[in-house]
Design a protein around this ligand. Structure first.
Ligand code: DQA
Length: 147
């Protein structure tokens, strides 16, 4: 049966392509998602995607993923650094979640060095631009193969 993966993106990531391209790259979120889908073609993987600027909607998406997904690749944007509610949602959904960042948050401002979420995630990928997402998917699929 196909692996079902949710690619979930948080606040401001809808602006990729125009948002600080020197930090986040020139690709739009749609470009990145199209590349991810092309990358898993023929691998019996179904990618669904969602983006929201609202913390509550991201929590709802994680709750909903419990009912269908095998795992989640999640770029929580700035909520990474602030959201205990998202941390609790990740714990509650009992799915493997890979915290994913385009930029290397540890090479940036101090407030980005703390993640509320990493401790309840399967793993963390960051610093590889759009490739962070494909690396996260590969890691998640490798993990699912061990179950
Ligand atoms: C980000 C890093 C966060 O610190 C920032 O708030 C974002 C994007 C990244 O993908 O590098 O919105 O998650």
């Amino acid at each position: 049966m196909a692996r079902q993966i949710l690619v979930l993106n948080g606040p401001n990531l809808n602006l990729l392509g125009t948002r600080e391209p020197d930090v986040y790259g020139a690709d739009t979120l749609d470009d990145i998602l199209a590349e991810l889908r092309a990358g898993v073609a023929g691998r019996d993987v179904e990618l669904r995607d969602a983006q929201s600027n609202s913390e509550g909607e991201l929590i709802n998406a994680l709750h909903d993923a419990r009912t269908w997904a095998d795992g989640v690749v999640f770029n929580p944007g700035a909520y990474t650094h602030t959201s205990i509610a998202l941390r609790d949602a990740i714990s509650a959904c009992e799915l493997p979640v890979v915290e994913t960042h385009l930029s290397n948050v540890h090479a940036r401002e101090e407030f980005r060095h703390t993640s509320m979420l990493s401790a309840v995630c399967l793993g963390v990928v960051g610093g590889f631009g759009k490739h962070s997402y494909s690396i996260a998917i590969d890691g998640l699929l490798a993990h699912l193969d061990t179950l």
